[in-house]
Ligand binder design. Structure first.
Ligand SMILES: [Zn+2]
Length: 444
């Protein structure tokens, strides 16, 4: 983990115009725990190549699962010499873990050390058993905590579950690595959590954004004000209107991170709050479902992780989560490219004219539109067998969707899903409130 340092300015603190780039307006320029040598190395590609080679060789040595998969594909561990060389190795799907672990308990041959040398063992939905090694901040959460602005004098209410699932401990260990004091709030007990957070002067929150809003509103109803100044949220979507509300109405500066129990932190936001910089200790690929080719910039694909973790090495572990690359350099100076956010799960997508369209992308284009009450995308085939994407929209009460709005919606949909769509305005009440947002009608 990077050292806590007070290096003013961080790697690119003073942008070309000299404007300070800080965690929030008015704050001193400070971007640390943040070791520029590590997070902004001169040659990002060389670091990635080294991680890939290490993960494959160590995995082949210590993980029966990796060894078996390489052998089945006819790949020798020494044959993988770079991150690009990983393409020779088939992806292991997270969805296959329950069966794999059942056939070879408890970890499906993936554990590189005896189970007795772990710190803890967890059980996630799936069911999937998750190991925690004895290294502090095993899941590499501290860089996300630091980037969100938490500092050693913060008192933080952590509302992820401490029971069986690893979420609570994941954030807890990251907060402690930064030097924060943690209130292990866990799930539920809203009134007690508000009491203790107020009593302890909790300056920070970790948990889902929805529960944060619940706590803030409940406190307000009872005439109190939670002293939270910042929050690190994960495990649930953070729609922009919710982030704006938490900031504007309650003064909480909200950051996101993304990770899984198996792979640890995969990405996190910086002060730019514009995508998740991928973790510097793993190799992240975004692969188009179906043919597993690397996704183009902006194209949705499965997040696939390769990690030379000392107790749980992963080689091309398919998380089942969909995201997309945003490779343009970030103003914070971190070299790691960014993921655009959570775009859904593999399997929810429908392939239209060679491109996967996902409900989450449609929601991004249409979900926040005040004029659209309901929408549904339908994929059909024309007489020539070509795919046709039509998005049916219902106007919100008192609104009208004219030609100009239709053109605007069509442009936004095209931008979001990369496929041209027809927009059809239908009478209010046509689309069932329970109807799926994306329907494949080609078989009819
Ligand atoms: Zn950044």
């Amino acid at each position: 983990m990077a050292v806590v340092s007070g290096t003013p300015g961080g790697p690119s603190g003073g942008a070309s115009g000299g404007a300070p780039v800080g965690p929030s307006a008015g704050a001193p320029v400070c971007t640390p725990l943040y070791d520029p040598d590590r997070e902004a190395p001169a040659d990002w590609g060389a670091v990635q190549d080294r991680l890939a080679v290490l993960a494959v060789r160590y995995g082949a040595m210590r993980s029966r699962e990796v060894r078996r998969r390489l052998a089945r594909a006819g790949v020798s561990p020494e044959g993988v010499r770079s991150a690009a060389g990983l393409t020779a190795v088939p992806v292991l799907a997270k969805d296959d873990l329950p069966a794999l672990q059942a056939s070879e308990p408890p970890f499906g041959g993936m554990l590189a050390v005896p189970a007795g040398s772990l710190r803890r063992v967890y059980r996630s939905p799936g069911p999937i058993n998750d190991p925690e090694g004895r290294r502090d901040d095993f899941w590499r959460v501290a860089p996300a905590v630091w980037a969100a602005g938490f500092r050693p004098d913060d008192v933080v209410l952590n509302t992820f579950s401490y029971h069986l699932t690893p979420g609570g401990m994941m954030l807890d260990s990251g907060l402690r690595a930064v030097g924060c004091a943690v209130i292990p709030g866990g799930v539920g007990n809203t009134a007690a959590q508000i009491d203790v957070a107020c009593a302890a002067g909790a300056t920070g929150y970790t948990g889902t954004p929805q529960f944060l809003l619940t706590l803030l509103e409940r406190a307000r109803e009872t005439g109190r004000r939670l002293p939270f100044r910042r929050a690190l949220v994960t495990g649930a979507p953070l729609p922009p209107p919710l982030r704006a509300r938490l900031q504007d109405e309650f003064g909480v500066d909200v950051y996101q991170s993304y990770g899984t129990a198996d792979a640890g932190t995969i990405g996190h936001e910086c002060e730019a709050k514009d995508g998740w910089h991928v973790s510097i200790e793993i190799v992240v690929e975004v692969l188009v479902p179906g043919d597993d080719r690397p996704a183009a910039e902006g194209e949705a694909g499965q997040v696939v992780v390769t990690s030379p973790n000392e107790i749980y090495p992963l080689v091309r572990f398919g998380t089942g989560d969909l995201s997309a690359w945003k490779r343009e350099p970030c103003r914070c100076g971190r070299a790691a490219p960014r993921l655009t956010g959570f775009l859904g799960r593999v399997g929810e997508g429908v392939k239209v004219r060679g491109m996967f369209v996902h409900p989450r992308e449609l929601a991004g284009a249409l979900g926040g539109d005040a004029v659209v009450a309901r929408y549904q995308a339908v994929v059909t085939a024309d007489a020539g067998g070509r795919d046709v994407l039509t998005v049916r929209v219902e106007a919100a009460q008192g609104c009208e969707i004219g030609d100009e709005e239709v053109a605007g919606l069509a442009a936004r949909i095209r931008e979001a899903v990369k496929v041209r769509a027809g927009v059809e305005v239908v009478e209010p009440g046509t689309i069932d409130s329970e109807a799926p947002a994306l329907v494949d009608d080609r078989s009819r």
